[in-house]
Ligand binder design. Structure first.
Ligand code: MG
Length: 432
């Protein structure tokens, strides 16, 4: 590593238009096209750079977006794929340093100090190699920033986006900070930015010129930490524990028209529970707790949860619990519009304590049943077989949206089914 940079070793990597880029990486026909995700909600969750060029961004209504960009491609969010890609990104970074913080699904910090002799290259080459590895192995681009602290590295990675890299050593810091509006500094929220702007502080550089005591008085400890970070002192340590498992999962669905029919509302709840448990099995986790929420027509709701007798991922063991919760919550005569089921207290299947008294042959038959059902769903779509309890309302015409995602049939390059399933996921809940 180059001697000029000395303590300039804090790395920030930010994927460009992540969810939309993953969709483009998975479906080559989408490359170069304006793509947005969020079809399932009617609101844009993420936009590709081609879509952003049409003025489309997160949170926009789909009909509005289609008006702005007639050729827009709208796809449903596939959070499982995004989580998988996220883990691949972090794995690439770990080739360069073991000190990686998984900051969010598409952002990470890393510390390259002490890696100089191993890498034996200038930082420009390290940044370029990371970008190159991500581009060739994952088919998407990232922007890289390297500087003295996390706060400055984050400014750097935004400086040239998309697919850029910015390395700022101490001597050039004022140039960068003068070009950074104060409201764009990580850690300066809208309220702090307003306070500072009211004092004539427009840029990160102006902020660093403030007296330390004044910063402490005005913005207290967190703002003071940001001020020190902008001066090049490391105040924010890397958080190195990998987010390796889910804490909870939920599935919900709104139906129309609202219904007072107990059979139909229960069928909805049972369907959501089936979907949540199938997801749990895909991630090889077990739940210790189950919850149910019934939302009425007037948007008020009632919820209850209960501990399962033992950790499980099987429909047959969870259904009696959902039935009991439903009977406690459902009120005849009320109109309901949605149900949501959540599974809590999750633990990886590998950590299951063997229970001497559990009915093992019965559990094995549940396992075989669910495995067979999962295979049918994978092959024929997610409503191919369904519990009798959900028959009331679930016999509907096949819709392409019900089909298993494409990647269930085609593994990503370099993956086997086992490896893919074993990759730890981030905590993500589906939008209700
Ligand atoms: Mg990003």
């Amino acid at each position: 590593m180059d001697g000029r940079y000395q303590d300039c070793t804090l790395l920030h990597v930010d994927a460009d238009g992540f969810f939309a880029s993953v969709e483009q990486a998975l479906t080559p026909a989408l490359r170069g096209k304006p793509v947005v995700t969020g079809a399932e909600r009617g609101i844009i969750a993420a936009a590709s750079y081609e879509a952003k060029a049409c003025g489309i961004g997160r949170g926009l209504q789909l009909h509005e977006a289609r008006r702005l960009c007639p050729g827009l491609v709208v796809v449903p969010s596939d959070y499982e794929a995004y989580s998988l890609y996220s883990q691949r990104l972090f794995a690439i970074l770990r080739r360069y340093t073991p000190l990686v913080e998984e900051y969010s699904i598409d952002e990470a910090f890393g510390d390259l100090s002490g890696c100089g002799r191993v890498l034996n290259e200038p930082l420009e080459s390290v940044a370029a190699a990371i970008r190159q590895a991500v581009a060739s192995e994952m088919g998407l681009t990232v922007s890289v920033g390297i500087s003295l602290t996390k706060t400055i590295a984050k400014i750097c990675s935004k400086f040239r986006k998309p697919n850029g890299q910015t390395i700022v050593q101490r001597a050039h810091l004022p140039v960068l900070l003068r070009r950074t509006p104060i409201a764009k500094v990580w850690g300066i929220g809208p309220a702090s930015a307003a306070k500072l702007q009211a004092r004539g502080i427009a840029t990160a550089y102006d902020f660093t010129r403030m007296e330390e005591a004044e910063v402490l008085r005005l913005l207290h400890k967190p703002g003071h930490a940001t001020w020190r970070e902008l001066h090049g002192y490391r105040m924010l340590p890397l958080e190195l524990t990998a987010k390796s498992c889910y804490q909870s999962m939920m599935k919900g669905h709104t139906f129309a028209p609202p219904s007072a029919d107990a059979r139909l509302v229960f069928a909805e709840a049972a369907h959501n529970m089936g979907a949540a448990l199938a997801k749990l099995r895909r991630h090889r986790h077990l739940a210790r707790e189950i919850g149910l929420c019934l939302r009425r027509q007037d948007y008020t709701h009632q919820a209850a949860s209960a501990a399962l007798p033992h950790p499980t991922c099987h429909d047959c063991e969870a259904v009696p619990m959902v039935r009991a919760l439903f009977e406690a919550l459902f009120q005849p005569g009320e109109l309901y519009r949605s149900t949501m089921v959540w599974l809590g207290g999750l633990l990886p299947e590998a950590q299951r304590q063997l229970d001497l008294f559990a009915d093992t042959p019965l559990r094995h038959s549940y396992e075989r049943l669910d495995a067979a059902v999962d295979r049918l769903h994978q092959r024929y779509g997610q409503n191919a077989v369904t519990p009798a309890a959900t028959l009331g309302n679930r016999l509907k015409a096949y819709h392409p949206r019900d089909a298993a995602p494409e990647r269930h049939h085609a593994l990503l390059p370099g993956e086997s089914a086992q490896r893919r399933l074993a990759i730890p996921r981030l905590t993500l809940s589906n939008p209700v």
